[in-house]
Design a binder for this molecule. Sequence first.
Ligand SMILES: C[S@@+](CC[C@H](N)C(=O)[O-])C[C@H]1O[C@@H](n2cnc3c(N)ncnc32)[C@H](O)[C@@H]1O
Length: 365
Amino acid sequence: MRALYGAWSGYDDDDRMGGFLKGIFHDRRDYDPHTFTSVLPKAIQYLFLEDENDDYTGYGRPEWTDFVEQVIGKQQEGVGKSLSRLLVTKRNNATIRERYLPPELILKSRFPGQSIELLDAGCSAGIGIRAIERGQGSTGKIDDQTDDQISKQLKDVHLRVSGGVGIDLENLENQLAWVVACSLHFNEVDKLGFRRLFKWLDSQEKSNIGVRQANILDRDLVVESGSSLPGYHLEYASFDAAMILTSLFQMNDSDVVRALGNLRRATKPGGLVIAQDFFGLEESGKIDRDTPKIPLKDLGIEDPRFIVRYRDIYGGHAYRTLLLELDHEQRFSRAMEVFVLDGGKCHQILPGTDYQSFLESAANM
Ligand SMILES: C[S@@+](CC[C@H](N)C(=O)[O-])C[C@H]1O[C@@H](n2cnc3c(N)ncnc32)[C@H](O)[C@@H]1O
């Protein structure tokens, strides 16, 4: 991937590259340069995979330079046209099964042996919530750095997911090749096997969890039961736990608060909302003046801390699991930073600031 970015950046002052980028930004107003850079390798990977060609996994800078030449040389046809089309129309729909281990551990601690209904917002193709349903979130391969090795302790605890719903802004069940291209790094295509992951995604018909298109920001998304609005909507206070993983960072602060509000409304009193993202909980004294932050009091929680966005998402340990508890009147009552992960791929799990409080509260349930 580094070789691709190296080749690409060699064209910074090239007019043809300028024209290519201008065309994309003109056609897609919601794109910022960051979104563009994150979707670029995924779109390129998709083109190669669609062609059943995995040569690109071994490309160095000269090969990528040839590729960039093809893209910007003929922008109205061939690979240039296909790449522009993807960059103008597609989102980052990456989904990583390992990311669902930390929420699964929280659910196992809080609902051991109980039957629960789950909601996953921003679920992509539903791979993660269905992995939790099958008890496959805990692969045992994660490097568990918690003192008590929580993943080992909870390995045999049974979680009974009786049903649930995954929602995503897009209907991705018919776009699995795109989801796979988004989810693997170039060097993982050989290791994990494109076809294996594709097959796994494609064989989920036995699940009790329905995946459908819906916007978590929609003001009318969560409705009282009995309301005659089937299909799209979520029933008020109907889930034991609601999750949102790696999706909030794509939203502005007021939308983050709105999304969490909808998750809360969909969750039963006494239930849990799990937000795992490039966000942590920090006290004001530790926060840089320019760091984007949301006061927990904006969520109605009596805690002087803030939900802080970590800008350097590739910097390591920025990706974290936050737990928001609901009281018996369905208000947010407490926020905890339970886990810190080594990155969005979750190879390693470490205790978050409130890990001990989390264990204590789980023991008192
Ligand atoms: C990076 S993917 C994360 C997928 C999965 N949760 C994971 O962590 O592996 C983010 C997903 O959030 C979805 N998304 C973004 N905004 C959304 C919204 N307002 N409502 C529902 N889904 C949204 C995107 O379409 C995308 O599939």
